[in-house]
Design a protein around this ligand. Structure first.
Ligand SMILES: Nc1ncnc2c1ncn2[C@@H]1O[C@H](COP(=O)(O)OP(=O)(O)OP(=O)(O)O)[C@@H](O)[C@H]1O
Length: 420
């Protein structure tokens, strides 16, 4: 493979896709391109965080991505920094592509081709390094034409010189666990594997270890986080989001972008939900613990937040940072149609399975009784390194499901496109 070919890297969870991508990023940045020509993105903030990148939406400058390809192209053209990124990018990395919709993949290809003056070349000649496993979580938004996955995009095959499948699993080393995960990935319910999973239906024995809880539904994530917050001994500080603008744009911002009400206390586990400083790892998805509340010292006046004490977080990387309020906008070109101001944190003792795709955990406790859709059981189980670190409750084998289109892609389409 040459250093400038476009490649799709796939394989089971833990086969080192992200690891390989991080090596490719180093080579591209140091040996192939100049500074500012390689951009690193992922479908989720957490996956982007792991690669010191940004979300694909934020790179693309398409806001929430609402509108057809012409609307999005106009939006990018009016956004000077995004426009410059599309003009200067020579290599674009996209990790966790399984959560990028078919529709978005085609729209971004159109934007790239339109802006770069090379309409004859897929993606206007940008080198793509795309990775992900379509047996994991599918895109949340469905295509009105019934297409969902990025591999169904019109431009998919033309986008890559090479499609490779990694086969050696590194995250787990126990043979029986690897075999079990391979079966679950393809939706198989082998009796021996189900028996092993039944053995994992326990509560963690050592209560001193903080075992992250993973849940399919946000309401369960919230319940656990609320209970843990109430168990803290110190004062609880409450931050209420401040919204401006009109509906439906205002409603769009209250729909999962940043919490309406955020309660925090010293000792709370939290996750950053906005890129603050990509260079030092203060990125969407970074986790840490609140260690203090301090007075606001920044120059910017934050209106209703001006008198609030602000949380100081010790991130898991060791960095301590005071988190100031931030803003989220629904934009039309340069004009903000609605704006939300809030502290860019969420509680993180428990997280949703959607947020944990891409993570490697030493232990986890998950309740899969409400798992839905395809790939969710596989994503949850495959985060942990060994069976000793896996605690299950509410396990139901009917929730093990692989999407027929994904099976078809891996059995036929991908196999025939791979180059050796
Ligand atoms: N070549 C390798 N040698 C040793 N360890 C590796 C190698 N590749 C990956 N690992 C380790 O295996 C674990 C999983 O790797 P990684 O997260 O890159 O897998 P992935 O395929 O991206 O998984 P997922 O699909 O779940 O995101 C990490 O702890 C990583 O450090």
């Amino acid at each position: 493979m040459s250093k400038t070919q476009s490649v799709f890297i796939t394989g089971s969870a833990g086969t080192g896709k992200s690891f390989l991508v991080s090596i490719a990023i180093d080579i591209l940045k140091n040996d192939v391109y100049k500074p500012g020509e390689v951009f690193v993105t992922a479908s989720t903030g957490i996956a982007a965080c792991a690669l010191n990148g940004q979300t694909l939406h934020s790179f693309a400058g398409i806001g929430l991505g609402v509108g057809d390809k012409h609307v999005l192209l106009k939006k990018v053209v009016k956004n000077a920094t995004a426009f410059k990124r599309w003009k200067s990018v020579k290599a674009l990395v996209i990790d966790e592509v399984s959560m990028i919709s078919c529709d978005l993949f085609d729209k971004l290809e159109y934007i790239a081709r339109s802006l770069r003056g090379r309409v004859d070349k897929p993606w206007g000649g940008i080198q793509l390094i795309v990775s992900g496993d379509f047996f994991q979580l599918p895109p949340i938004v469905e295509d009105p034409l019934g297409r969902e996955f990025a591999f169904e995009a019109n431009c998919w095959n033309a986008s890559f010189d090479l499609q490779v499948e990694l086969t050696q699993v590194f995250r787990q080393s126990e043979r029986e666990f690897i075999d079990l995960l391979q079966g679950v990935r393809r939706g198989r319910k082998d009796e021996e594997h189900l028996r092993i999973l039944q053995h994992c239906c326990n509560e963690p024995v050592d209560s001193s270890v903080t075992v992250p809880r993973l849940y399919p539904l946000n309401m369960h994530v919230q319940r656990v986080n609320d209970a843990r917050l109430r168990s803290l001994s110190g004062e609880i500080f409450k931050y209420t989001a401040k919204d401006t603008g009109k509906n439906p744009w205002k409603w769009q911002l209250s729909n999962g972008v940043a919490p309406d009400e955020l309660e925090l206390g010293i000792g709370a586990r939290v996750m950053l939900i906005k890129n603050k400083d990509v260079g030092v790892g203060l990125v969407n998805g970074a986790t840490g613990t609140i260690v203090d509340f301090v007075h606001h010292t920044g120059k910017k006046s934050w209106g209703a937040f001006a008198k609030c004490l602000l949380p100081k977080v010790r991130f898991d990387s060791g960095l301590e940072h005071v988190i100031e309020p931030d803003e989220w906008h629904v934009m039309e070109g340069e004009k903000a149609l609605a704006t939300r101001k809030q502290i860019p944190l969420i509680l993180a003792w428990a997280i949703s399975i959607h947020k944990c795709q891409g993570m490697t955990l030493d232990c986890l406790h998950t309740d899969l009784s409400n798992a839905f859709g395809y790939g969710m059981v596989y994503v949850a189980l495959s985060r942990v390194r060994n069976l000793q670190g896996l605690y299950l409750s509410g396990f139901d084998s009917s929730k093990i499901k692989a999407h027929p289109k994904v099976l078809e892609f891996y059995n036929n389409q991908l196999g025939s496109k791979q180059l050796q």
